[in-house]
Ligand binder design. Structure first.
Ligand code: SIN
Ligand code: CO
Length: 373
C-alpha cells in the first residue's frame, strides 16, 4: 500500500495539504468494506446522524430512517450519507491510523456514503480537509473553482449546492483510489455504478468566529466583576461626546491583556479541541476505582471508545473536553492516546501506578471500557 502515491508525509503536506487536490490511485489495497445493509441499519438508529439525498430533484431528508424508507427507493439517483461511522465500526475508526501524520485533534469523523447510479450531493465545497476513499463501485469526481463568499448557492434546495461550477479536472475513482480535496475547493461526485461506497475522512478546522466566541466565553468565566474598564488616568476634556484615541487605547489594552495568557490559552485549546462531536462527556464520578480496574484487568482488557477524543500536552491529558493533570511523562501520555486495547501486562512499567490512576479517570470518562459492562 502506498497511501500517498510515493510522496513522503512531509512532501504531501508541503505540496498539497490545504493547497491543491491530490489523487492517489490504489492508495489502499485491503480496505475494510462496510455493507450497504450495515450502513442502512446505522441510519435507522436515532443517535446516528444520517441523510438521504436524491440527485434528480436535490431533495434532502434527515434520519433516523425506517427500513421501509429504503425499500421504497428507486434504482438510481440517491445517496445515503452516514456521519461518524468511526464511532460505531472499529475497522472504520482504524482508518485514521493511516493519517497519523496529521494532528489527531484535527480529525472530525469518517462519513460513509452509499449511492446508486447518478447519486451524489451535487457541486459544493466543504470548509474541511477531506480524503475521499473509494471503497466499492465507481464514482466520478469533478474538481472545480476555489470558492469564496461570492460563490452563490442554489436557493431551490435545502442542500448547499453551488449555483455555478467551473470544472477544472475530472477523474473516475475505482476501489482503493483516494482523492484529497482541500477546504474551499468546489467538487462534485457522481456514482457511476450501484453499490458505490465512499469513505470521507474529514479533518475539521474551527472557524475564527467560533474560536473567538468559545475563547471569549472561557476568559469571561474567569473574570471577576471587579475586573473592569478603568481610566484612573482620565484628563479633563472639553468635548465630552468624543471617544478619543486615549479611550480606544484603554479598551484595546484591556482586551489585549485578556488574550495574552498563553498557558491558559493552551489549556483551553486542549479542552476545546477534544470536545466530543456529539453530546457532552459524562460528568459522574468514576464508577470503578483503581483497585476494581487493576483486578478486572487481570481478567480482560480495557477497550478504547472510538467516539472519545484524546490529546495531550506535557503534564496534561485532555479527554472529551476535560483536562486531567498528571505526572505521567510525555511518552506515557502518547501511549495512552494511541492504545485501542490495554491489558494488565501493558501496565507493567515503572509508571504503573500513575498509568493506573489516569486509566481510572479515563474509564470514568467512558474513554475505555470493559466489554462485559
Ligand atoms: C459523498 O461521499 O457522496 C460526498 C462526499 C463529499 O463530497 O464531501
Ligand atoms: Co464534499
Amino acid at each position: 500500500m502506498d497511501m500517498l502515491g510515493g510522496l513522503s508525509a512531509q512532501k504531501f503536506l508541503s505540496q498539497y495539504w490545504q493547497k491543491t487536490p491530490y489523487l492517489v490511485r490504489q492508495a489502499f489495497t485491503d480496505l475494510f468494506e462496510i455493507s450497504g445493509d450495515e450502513l442502512a441499519g446505522l441510519a435507522t438508529e436515532p443517535e446516528v446522524e444520517s441523510r438521504l439525498v436524491t440527485a434528480n430533484d436535490w431533495t434532502l431528508r434527515h434520519g433516523p430512517f425506517f427500513e421501509e424508507d429504503f425499500a421504497n427507493l428507486p434504482e438510481k439517483d440517491w445517496t445515503l450519507l452516514v456521519q461518524a461511522v468511526d464511532h460505531w465500526v472499529p475497522e472504520i475508526a482504524a482508518l485514521f491510523d493511516a493519517f497519523s501524520f496529521i494532528p489527531s485533534w484535527r480529525m472530525d469523523d469518517v462519513m460513509v456514503s452509499y449511492a446508486t447510479p447518478g447519486g451524489g450531493v451535487g457541486p459544493h465545497f466543504d470548509h474541511y480537509d477531506v480524503f475521499l476513499i473509494q471503497v466499492s463501485g465507481e464514482r466520478e469526481w469533478c474538481i472545480g473553482q476555489t470558492c469564496t463568499e461570492a460563490d452563490d448557492r442554489r436557493d431551490d434546495t435545502d442542500l448547499s449546492i453551488l449555483a455555478h461550477f467551473q470544472e477544472q479536472e475530472r477523474w473516475v475513482l475505482q476501489p482503493g483510489d483516494m482523492l484529497y480535496v482541500p477546504p474551499g475547493i468546489a467538487h462534485c461526485g457522481t456514482a457511476l455504478s450501484k453499490d458505490c461506497i465512499t469513505y470521507s475522512i474529514g479533518f475539521r478546522a474551527p472557524s475564527q468566529a467560533e474560536t473567538l466566541v468559545e475563547f471569549a466565553q472561557f476568559v469571561a468565566n474567569n473574570c471577576s466583576d471587579f475586573d473592569r474598564y478603568h481610566d484612573a488616568d482620565l484628563e479633563a476634556r472639553e468635548d465630552n461626546h468624543l471617544i478619543t484615541g486615549a479611550d480606544v487605547d484603554r479598551i484595546h489594552r484591556m482586551l489585549q491583556t485578556l488574550v495574552q495568557d498563553r498557558d491558559a490559552m493552551a489549556r483551553w485549546f486542549g479542552r476545546y479541541m477534544t470536545q466530543p462531536k456529539y453530546g457532552d462527556a459524562p460528568l459522574e464520578e468514576p464508577s470503578l476505582n483503581k483497585t476494581d480496574i487493576a483486578r478486572q484487568l487481570q481478567r480482560q482488557p480495557l477497550i478504547r471508545n472510538d467516539a472519545v477524543r484524546l490529546a495531550y500536552q506535557p503534564g496534561t491529558l485532555f479527554v472529551d473536553g476535560e483536562a486531567i493533570d498528571t505526572d505521567l511523562p510525555a511518552d506515557g501520555l502518547r501511549w495512552l492516546c494511541e492504545q485501542k486495547r490495554i491489558s494488565a501486562t501493558d501496565l507493567g512499567s515503572q509508571d504503573n501506578a500513575t498509568r493506573l490512576s489516569i486509566l481510572t479517570s479515563l474509564v470514568g470518562h467512558d474513554a475505555f471500557y470493559f466489554d462485559d459492562e
